[in-house]
Design a protein around this ligand. Structure first.
Ligand SMILES: Cc1cc2nc3c(=O)[nH]c(=O)nc-3n(C[C@H](O)[C@H](O)[C@H](O)COP(=O)(O)OP(=O)(O)OC[C@H]3O[C@@H](n4cnc5c(N)ncnc54)[C@H](O)[C@@H]3O)c2cc1C
Length: 501
């Protein structure tokens, strides 16, 4: 466990697993968000942030009553709620009309939305919860769609909870219903089926959509992306014996999709415009070694393949590259990145950068609107991964219930499914300048790279063996001092030997 930040009473501890911030003299016994043990907590060093508004009293989270005194009352004089239901009221909050946390609308039923619902229901048994789900399905494991495509995961294994769970937990799940406009002024959401739902708190968890590059032919029949179970079904429906599939984009999604289609018996070409796979997460050597697994899975890999156009007459027939080559295709899957579903927030006047901008409490620039998951941007970071969406969702749900919980960020890491190769890439994978040190090792089908700076471990790549991943994450998070392994040049073994237990 790390040392406390300071001697003052304002000590904070961050959960190394989910990023939850606990304020108090010591870390909690276990994390209320992800259940991690006390030993997973480390001292939290907050990023420079604007100072929080001064507390001007105590607000009852049940009815909104503000008690102007140094401490909370024993009992709320308005609704009888107990002392523990009071939270510090800020100057901004006390200037607002007092509102009860009666209805919370959760906009988007992915993992962020569902985690928000779960945390909210646990913290606030009486709150009315409305969960808007544009897709006409029960919320499901989106990250398992490539396994579903590969035939490794069945349709009935996809839902996160059965229908009965929503009834038992009094969650009004509206499947097939899209939010079409937000009105922060009168705290309402308009939906595609003509309802206007008034909220006390709104949690935006609308996720992201595939980025479709502006290529000629991108709208031809046979051109797909993979974000939803309907997308997966459309791709599966297009699989015939001898189908020639081309996947554009050699990131995680592209690699997994290509491997999944190859498992289904398609002849698959994977196109990557860079010289190696996963160029945003891997150094060249790691990308080249990964390519051996991809080729071993029966995928034809074409690097430095810049797509100029998708050719075809009504239906796609090939991918035309900048260098003049054409790769024949009956089916094309674009795996060229995602973009935040931020348009409703932008139209409603919320601060949006690449995603909807949130603070540590997952609050947006609009009163009573929080955001979590792929839709949001926290300290300039859009995680775009399952774990962050899950943890942010839970923290937003707790805050919507009137608690005061913060998200302090988590290391970004990636792992590969479907191919059956362990791959972890976290933090930096290349030196930013000459002051960074590298340790590389390639042996017996495994590859390790560690990046060190100022005596600290700042990044790691592991291919073929991800066993030390947890301890590496902990070493990065806790800012473990690796100065002892640096004299004479750090080696992979010395770094491994110096990892925390
Ligand atoms: C095929 C695939 C494989 C993946 N594999 C991994 C992996 O291995 N590991 C990993 O960490 N991450 C993986 N990811 C990424 C991960 O799934 C996402 O980061 C995560 O699902 C984001 O969750 P979210 O709840 O923020 O958004 P989403 O899952 O996108 O959910 C948002 C939901 O909101 C709905 N919505 C949007 N707008 C509206 C509206 N106006 N009204 C109502 N509903 C709306 C959407 O339809 C959607 O259902 C994968 C993603 C895909 C597509």
């Amino acid at each position: 466990m790390g040392k406390a930040v300071s001697d003052s009473s304002d000590l904070a501890w961050r959960c190394g697993v989910c990023g939850y911030i606990h304020r108090g003299p010591t870390p909690p016994e276990s994390c209320p968000v992800c259940g991690a043990a006390r030993s997973d907590f480390e001292a939290y060093h907050p990023p420079a942030a604007p100072p929080a508004p001064a507390a001007e009293g105590w607000r009852c989270t049940n009815c909104g009553y503000v008690h102007k005194a140094a401490g909370p009352p024993e009992e709320c004089p308005v609704c009888g709620a107990v002392k523990g239901d009071f939270v510090p009221a800020t100057a901004a909050a006390t200037g607002e009309p007092v509102r009860a946390v009666g209805t919370v609308v959760v906009l988007g039923a992915g993992i962020a939305g569902l985690s928000a619902v779960e945390a909210l229901r646990q913290a606030s048994p009486k709150t009315r919860i409305v969960l808007l789900a544009r897709e006409g399905h029960l919320p499901y494991y989106r990250l398992n769609l490539t396994r579903y495509l590969a035939g490794q995961f069945s349709r009935k294994e996809l839902p996160l909870h059965p229908k009965t769970w929503y009834d038992e937990n009094r969650v009004e799940l509206l499947t097939g219903v899209e939010a079409v406009a937000l009105s922060p002024q009168d705290r309402s959401v308009q939906t595609s089926d003509g309802r206007t739902i008034v909220y006390d708190k709104l949690i935006l968890t609308a996720g992201a959509h595939p980025f479709v590059p502006p290529l000629p032919g991108a709208s031809l029949a046979g051109v797909h992306s993979l974000r939803t179970v309907d997308d997966a079904d459309a791709i599966l429906a297009a699989l015939r014996p001898d189908v020639r599939a081309v996947v554009i984009g050699g990131g995680i999604l592209g690699i997994e999709t290509a491997a999944a289609l190859a498992r289904r018996g398609a002849a698959v070409a994977l196109l990557e415009s860079h010289a190696w796979l996963m160029p945003r997460q891997l150094n060249r050597r790691a990308g080249e070694l990964l390519a051996q697994y991809v080729v071993g899975a029966g995928v034809q890999l074409i690097t430095e393949a810049r797509t100029r156009e998708l050719a075809g007459d009504g239906c796609v027939s090939g991918v035309l590259l900048d260098d003049g080559r054409t790769v024949p295709a009956d089916l094309v899957v674009l795996a060229t990145g995602v973009r935040s579903n931020s348009h409703l927030a932008r139209k409603a006047g919320l601060e949006v950068n690449q995603g909807v901008v949130v603070d540590n409490r997952l609050g947006t620039s609009a009163a009573d609107i929080l955001a979590a998951g792929d839709v949001c941007e926290h300290h300039g970071v859009q995680y775009g991964n399952w774990a962050a969406a899950q943890f942010q969702g839970a923290i937003a749900g707790m805050n919507a219930a009137g608690l005061a919980v913060e998200f302090g960020g988590i290391p970004r890491s990636n792992t590969l499914k479907v191919l059956g190769v362990d791959l972890v890439s976290t933090g930096l994978f290349e030196p930013a300048d000459g002051s960074y040190l590298l340790a590389d090792r390639e042996a017996e089908g495994t590859y390790f790279r560690f990046v060190l700076h100022d005596g600290l471990l700042v990044g790691a790549v592991m291919l073929g063996d991800a066993a030390p991943a947890g301890r590496i994450k902990k070493a990065i998070e806790s800012r473990r001092d690796f100065s002892a392994v640096i004299p004479g040049g750090p080696t992979v073994q010395a770094v491994l030997d110096h990892l925390p237990e």
